[in-house]
Ligand binder design. Structure first.
Ligand code: SF4
Ligand code: SF4
Length: 368
């Protein structure tokens, strides 16, 4: 295992850690957690919202007999913890539910705008509540925040000097917020990465154009993870594991990875950008196209089509794919019928993607 120092705390966090949002059962959670800890993984990120509320309990049950070997991180969303007293109440409730005496880390979940940040930092705000919980031994380190928002909010949070660590979504095909990694690193804030394999899509990328990502005895996850490990600004990658086989495969990416450098990262990133460019749809998921007057969501549609076309997920029927990855409630045909092909969304796309052509193509394929 490779360990990275967290800011100036002296804590050493394993570069691969557990993102506990995809457990399939309590048994597999136990098996994966314990095997991962045997392999040196020492950080787990959970919440009371993952896996229908079961994740934090299953995860706690899996590690109780080895409590000192792992940093257990929990979090509150803004609705549950808008101020000092409510976050305190939430922390106590989560400790009761998990049966743990303390959390090692505590995070504010889903920071996304300046107003929320200001409220969290204000007197009587969430940050103060977490700090009090730290003073009383309910939480050991923090606060941290998980982030889905504009760069300036992230930078303001880091600049406040109040946060020990931050978690962002980042991977080799979605690098829009790469600058935030450097920013946090320079300011001594730990940077944790969620979605390191783009929700598993990068692990499935099997076409010949992805040969450059594959490693000995493993698929595209090998290069995708080594790309992250080569970035010294990343403290840890939260692996959302579902199977023990995935854990074993992911771990192969660490073999000889200590010496991976910037040149390796640049080379791999350039190859991925070339594949994305050649394939045409390199949607970053920025969401700027969500302006449809008819209620269609081009962003999720384009991301679903990106994954379908770029990553060669051809085992799936297109309609089933769109249903599972995109629309969920309506049928893809009902959803696509909302689009009147006005082009408004396309004008907003910073990547200049041909959204309307993609919609037309899929409408034709599904006979909408
Ligand atoms: S082309 Fe117009 S109608 Fe279709 S999704 Fe874009 S904004 Fe909506
Ligand atoms: S604006 Fe373009 S890149 Fe951004 S989500 Fe929409 S299609 Fe994707």
């Amino acid at each position: 295992m490779i360990y990275r120092e967290l800011g100036k705390t002296g804590l050493k966090i394993s570069v691969f850690s557990f993102g506990a949002m995809r457990w399939r059962s309590e048994e597999s959670c136990y098996e994966i957690m314990n095997r991962g800890m045997d392999l040196g993984m020492n950080y787990v990120d959970t919440s009371s919202g993952y896996v229908g509320g079961k994740s934090q309990v299953w995860t706690a049950n899996a590690i109780k007999h080895r409590r000192s070997e792992i940093y257990f991180s929990n979090k509150s969303n803004w609705a549950d913890a808008p101020d000092e007293s409510k976050v305190r109440h939430t922390i106590e409730k989560q400790l009761r539910e998990t049966g743990l005496e303390y959390f090692d880390f505590y995070q504010l979940w889903g920071l996304g705008n300046m107003e929320t940040l200001k409220k969290a930092l204000a007197k009587g705000g969430t940050v103060e509540g977490i700090r009090k919980a730290m003073d009383e031994g309910l939480v050991r380190y923090g606060p941290g925040f998980t982030f889905h928002g504009p760069d300036e909010v992230f930078k303001a949070a880091v600049d406040s000097g109040e946060f020990l660590c931050a978690t962002i979504s980042y991977n080799i095909m979605s690098r829009k917020q790469e600058n935030l990694i450097d920013y946090a690193h320079q300011k001594g804030v730990g940077l944790f990465v969620m979605n390191p394999l783009a929700g598993g899509v990068l692990a499935m990328a099997d076409g010949k154009e992805f040969e450059f990502l594959k490693g000995p005895g493993c698929g595209s996850c090998y290069g995708a993870l080594r790309f992250l490990v080569a970035n010294r600004g990343i403290t840890t990658c939260l692996l959302g594991l579902t199977d023990i086989e995935h854990l074993e495969e992911n771990m192969k990416a660490l073999e000889g990875a200590e010496d991976l450098d910037e040149a390796y990262r640049i080379e791999l990133g350039a190859k991925m950008a070339e594949v994305q460019y050649t394939k045409g749809n390199f949607c970053t998921g920025c969401g700027y196209c969500r302006v449809c007057p008819n209620g269609f969501d081009p962003s999720h549609f384009m991301q679903a089509m990106r994954d379908y076309t770029i990553y060669g997920v051809r085992s799936e029927n297109l309609e089933n794919w769109l249903y599972s990855k995109y629309v969920h409630r309506q049928t893809p045909r009902q959803e696509l019928a909302k689009c009147k092909e006005c082009g408004l969304c396309e004008e907003k796309c910073p990547q200049k993607l041909k959204i309307v052509d993609q919609i037309r193509e899929v409408k034709a394929a599904l006979a909408v």
